[in-house]
Design a protein around this ligand. Structure first.
Ligand SMILES: O=P(O)(O)OC[C@H]1O[C@](O)(CO)[C@@H](O)[C@@H]1O
Length: 450
């Protein structure tokens, strides 16, 4: 698709992103360029196709009076695609949502680099999803419409068999009398299952159905170790195992609904069962985001589907998790904070959203899930791959923090010397975009005394 566009007038640079610069589609030899030029337009086209295909169903659900509004939305989405493909300035976010002021302030601040191909990739890509939402917000009927709901629900139903196998193994483990070392080893395996669950992401398949193979994710977990480029599971275990049975909170900054969320719930359940924390917090998104990200409605739908499932092991888990939610052992943060659907790098959180920062800081451990969260942690910057993970967080250390991320974008930190060079040699740029490789990284919060 990108071939049909004449990019010569956009003054792009036929280079890779220089080291220490923020990623931008301005550099043609970057995944940012490929995403803005090709992937995002395909995603937008797929949304238009789906709305057109499901038009009658949507009208049936929302009422005949919405026919014109739906047509108007489809028109506005096509216009958004045109603006992106012709590298227009990103226009102000309309409406009166609480995030609007910060969005528009940023768009102003980055001038003249506030077009799709000149801005930081993170800003431009997030902007597309935020604009999509404002298109529906401008209507009378579609304020709560989740245009990604159908694909998320399908992905969830396809994930049930594999998660049932994981739950069965967890139950077996919980029923054996295992010592501390075995508990640690099992916890570390669950972290890995959780990491690879991040491969199940509808934005990487451009919204197309994810092929799910029938596997036992826990049984084969160590086979993927060669693709795990940084493994700090031992540090995470050492962090969480201390002071058992106390008042600890563990928080998830969630990513995708479906299989990945199920993996999050399994890990959370295990932490509670073994009294490694007393409460788990889940931070999800407030608006449809990068196709498959979890919304509060997806979270509740997931528990509901589990509770009603034919398989006993799923029904039991669903009921238990619903009761955890009622009792506050699982805490779904609602309304979801709009900082997570803002364009901002995480090191800016303390200043822009101090109440969120302090809420996250209450946890003993916070787990950042997925590629987009990783990009925000690293400020969408092309760090030298051997830069220390802590350095690449630019001072963001609300608490003990870990990132579980399969690699889908061309930035990373914390690698050993030689690792990136070898992968570039063996696989070219592909190693950074398919989610084949992953990292589990961790930092201890430092305590500074005056
Ligand atoms: O669901 P995840 O893991 O955050 O992945 C989504 C991300 O991956 C990409 O598809 C590649 O970076 C982006 O478009 C997006 O940042």
């Amino acid at each position: 698709m990108s071939n049909s566009i004449d990019f010569s007038k956009y003054k792009l640079s036929d280079e890779k992103t220089p080291i220490n610069e923020q990623l931008t589609a301005h550099y043609k030899r970057s995944y940012a360029f490929y995403t803005i030029a090709t992937r995002v337009p395909i995603i937008i086209t797929n949304i238009i196709d789906q709305l057109t295909r499901d038009k009658e169903k949507i009208i049936q659900r929302y009422g005949e009076h919405c026919r014109d509004e739906l047509k108007q939305c489809i028109g506005e989405i096509s216009k958004l695609k045109y603006e992106l493909q012709t590298d227009k300035k990103m226009t102000e976010i309309p409406g009166d949502e609480s995030d609007q002021y910060e969005w528009n302030r940023l768009l102003k601040e980055i001038e003249p680099n506030n077009s799709y191909f000149s801005s930081v990739w993170l800003y431009a890509e997030c902007y597309v999803y935020r604009r999509l939402k404002s298109i529906f917000d401008e209507t009378i009927s579609f304020g709560n419409f989740d245009y990604f709901e159908v694909s998320k629900k399908l992905e969830l139903s396809h994930s049930m068999a594999n998660i049932a196998r994981v739950l069965k193994s967890v139950n077996d483990f919980n029923n054996t009398n295992s010592g501390h070392e075995k508990l640690g080893n099992f916890f570390r395996k669950l972290l890995k299952v959780n990491l690879w669950g991040n491969r199940n992401d509808l934005s990487i398949t451009l919204g197309q159905e994810i092929e799910v193979s029938d596997i036992d994710p826990l049984a084969d977990i160590e086979e993927y170790n060669k693709e795990l480029l940084v493994d700090q599971t031992i540090d995470i275990w050492n962090c969480i195992k201390i002071e058992r049975n106390d008042e600890k909170i563990v928080s998830f900054i969630n990513d995708n609904a479906g299989y990945e969320l199920l993996c999050d719930l399994v890990l959370a359940d295990f932490i509670i069962h073994h009294k490694l924390a007393k409460k788990i917090r889940f931070y999800v998104k407030s608006i449809p985001w990068f196709i498959s990200d979890v919304l509060p409605t997806d979270f509740r739908y997931t528990l509901d589907e589990l509770r009603k499932h034919d398989k006993e092991v799923l029904r039991e888990a669903g009921s238990r998790w619903e009761s955890y939610l009622r009792e506050g052992i699982f805490e779904l943060i609602e309304p979801a904070h709009m900082f997570f659907t803002s364009p901002f790098e995480y090191y800016k959180m303390e200043k822009i959203a101090p109440e969120l920062y302090h809420n996250i800081a209450e946890a003993h451990l916070v787990i950042f899930k997925g590629d987009l969260n990783y990009r925000k942690l690293l400020a969408d910057t092309n760090w030298d791959t051997t830069t220390e993970f802590r350095t690449s967080l630019s001072g963001f250390e609300p608490t003990n923090l870990c990132a579980l991320r399969t690699i889908k974008a061309d930035l990373i930190s914390g690698l050993q010397p030689g690792v990136a060079d070898r992968l570039w040699e063996e696989e070219g740029s592909k190693w950074m975009s398919t989610g084949k490789y992953g990292v589990i990284q961790f930092i201890h919060k430092r305590v500074f005394t005056q």
